[in-house]
Design a protein. Structure first.
Length: 293
């Protein structure tokens, strides 16, 4: 914590790159060093600055939807699968085009995929708390012929329950980066309506720690600055958690975006960053905030 007269800045201990993202970036850099060129399926992480840096080193980004690859040949090329993982159909599509799949799926995401597959094989209707548009969820949906139900919020859960008819046996899991409170509220709602319900918490521990810390900081701060890509779901989730605590929040991708006017009248400022935000970027924002004061 930095203190100047009547002014405090607290930087979150749990911010910056998570282990899964660090591993994916290391693997991308290793591939580029050995080959000079490699593909990734979608941006390796949801942080434009980091991705631009990898592109300068030779990374080419494939659209996530293979129907947009046209007649692209990938014979002998390497295609990196990012930490969110992919489904079997896309994996097959890459192989069919002659490329080597280099798999940087985060082990925690892989565990969630395995849990989901196991629950479906046991005959449960799978409900996943998460964002249906997130690549991690798309990779899971790609595995099943009977689509699981994906519920982003308790409101969506209520709507699903009211729509009926409800399956008699339901298993509930989560996107690894979903909000912990959202997960528990959806589970609570479903538990009061479903005859047999099995709950497996597949939330990532690293994300839980980050979210809990953001909430604690928010309760003691006048303003929270969340650093991270606007396309990063876990970064936006941090901002939502802070908002839920009733604390003003600003999200910036870089220190240059930090608008001095938002600090006016604020004494206690907390700074945190998403899983795809480099530690240096969080530090740069902290230095900028101190400079403005
Ligand atoms: S947030 Fe958690 S699950 Fe997602 S990549 Fe990072 S460590 Fe893995």
């Amino acid at each position: 914590m930095e203190k100047t007269e009547g002014f405090e800045i607290v930087v979150a201990k749990h911010s910056g790159f998570c282990p899964g993202v660090k591993r994916a970036i290391r693997m991308a850099e290793g591939l580029l060093e050995s080959r000079g060129k490699a593909y990734s399926l979608g941006p390796v992480i949801h942080n434009p600055k980091v991705v631009e840096n990898l592109e300068r080193k030779g990374l080419l980004i494939l659209p996530e939807d293979p129907s947009r690859w046209d007649d692209l040949e990938l014979i002998g090329e390497a295609v990196l699968i990012r930490s969110h993982g992919i489904g079997p159909k896309i994996r097959e599509e890459i192989r069919k085009r002659g490329a080597e799949v280099v798999d940087a799926t985060c082990p925690k995401v892989r565990r969630a995929q395995e849990v989901d597959e196991e629950l479906v094989s046991q005959g449960y209707h799978l409900v996943i708390v998460g964002n249906p548009e997130h690549p991690e969820i798309k990779a899971i949906l790609d595995r099943f012929t009977q689509p699981p139900t994906v519920l982003p919020t308790p409101d969506h859960a209520e709507a699903w329950l009211n729509k009926g008819p409800l399956p008699p046996r339901v298993a509930v899991t989560a996107q690894t980066t979903a909000g912990e409170e959202t997960f528990h509220r959806v589970v609570e709602l479903l538990s009061s309506h479903i005859a047999e319900i099995k709950v497996v918490d597949t939330l990532c521990e690293v994300t839980k720690r980050r979210q809990r810390e953001a909430a604690e900081m928010a309760r003691a701060a006048d303003l929270i600055v969340v650093v991270g890509g606007r396309n990063s779901s876990n970064t936006r989730q941090l901002a939502r958690i802070v908002e839920g605590c009733g604390t003003p929040v600003v999200q910036v991708e870089t220190a240059e975006e930090m608008d001095p006017s938002v600090l006016r009248g604020k004494r206690r400022i907390g700074i945190t960053g998403g899983a795809s935000t480099p530690d240096e970027e969080v530090k740069k924002v902290a230095i900028k905030v101190m400079g403005i004061r």
